[in-house]
Design a protein around this ligand. Structure first.
Ligand SMILES: NC(=O)c1ccc[n+]([C@@H]2O[C@H](COP(=O)([O-])OP(=O)(O)OC[C@H]3O[C@@H](n4cnc5c(N)ncnc54)[C@H](OP(=O)(O)O)[C@@H]3O)[C@@H](O)[C@H]2O)c1
Length: 265
């Protein structure tokens, strides 16, 4: 297949590109700084040329800025419109487990992005994942710079991006599901335990400090919104895309501490 991977230079996108190439697909890497296919989701620049002749689009772009909707929602609209014009037959979007239950501009934009995908005429599949191990490493590294690591007691279920990439490529190879699948890590762990594993692996002397996480974010995280097993999920109610999301998740094998031992951080 000819697969265009938007955000193919990112943490996940790079691994999706590798995996798709290993499986023999013709891959195009799309991003603002891609030398091959420079595109900008915020303006639509380059999309028409980059998608010409493409069978499947994987959207692994991201925008952690204060206005994530410009890329994730408006960008998705522009991307899908270009896909319609180029007769792309499958759009695979990457999203976040529990997005609709986690407050904040980022997860609101992800939820709206999912809805935009689900309401588009392009057949689709959404692959949701829990936090990547790589994100935790970046977060802990940033926190440790101040020598004190303020950490709330909340459960996460991180997964290695390398275990999400094959699921994304498999989804791209199959018939569009019109539904979401989830990839989660092998264990639910308290953020403080994850930080302890990181400190041990890196020799960081930063001091962990348990802090409260008040408000809606604290409530949602403590209820398990980020791990995929909060009470709201257990009701089986349909989510924003109309799918119940109750297909069993794909469970990764590399727990955070083991993964840390296997990579340079
Ligand atoms: N990180 C996590 O823990 C996590 C967990 C669950 C799900 N996800 C989802 O996984 C996906 C990928 O996340 P990630 O962490 O791998 O992202 P990332 O490392 O931040 O990479 C983002 C990618 O998007 C491209 N990009 C950004 N703005 C763009 C624009 N305006 N137009 C075109 N390309 C643009 C970037 O390349 P340029 O800068 O060259 O444009 C880069 O290739 C997202 O959908 C995210 O919600 C992430």
């Amino acid at each position: 297949m000819r697969i265009a991977i938007v955000g193919g230079t990112g943490t996940l996108g790079r691994l999706v590109v590798e995996e798709a190439r290993v499986r023999g697909h013709q891959v195009r890497v799309l991003s603002r700084r891609s030398p091959e296919y420079p595109v900008d989701l915020r303006t639509g620049r380059g999309l028409a040329d980059a998608l010409d002749g493409v069978d499947v689009v994987v959207d692994a772009a991201n925008d952690p800025s204060r206005r994530p909707g410009a890329t994730l929602v408006e960008g998705t609209r522009l991307l899908l419109a270009a896909e319609v014009a180029c007769r792309v037959r499958h759009h695979v979007a990457v999203s976040v487990v529990g997005a609709e239950r986690l407050p904040g501009a980022y997860t609101r934009a992800k939820t709206e992005q999912e809805l935009t995908v689900a309401n588009s005429p392009v057949p689709w599949t959404i692959v949701r994942a829990t936090q990547f191990h790589e994100l935790l490493v970046a977060g802990f590294t940033a926190l440790a710079r101040t020598r004190l690591m303020p950490l709330p007691a909340v459960p996460l279920r991180p997964v290695a991006a390398a275990e999400v990439a094959p699921v994304v490529v498999e989804a791209a190879e199959l018939t569009p599901r019109g539904a979401r699948l989830a990839v989660v890590g092998p264990e639910v762990a308290d953020l403080r335990r994850l930080a302890a594993a990181w400190r041990e692996a890196t020799g960081s002397r930063a001091l962990p400090l348990t802090v409260p996480l008040p408000g809606a974010m604290g409530r949602a995280l403590r209820a398990g919104a980020a791990t995929g097993d909060d009470a709201a999920d257990a009701t089986g109610s349909a989510d924003s895309t109309g799918s119940t999301g109750h297909e069993a998740p794909v469970v990764g094998v590399a727990a955070f501490a083991e993964w840390l031992r296997g990579v340079r951080v």
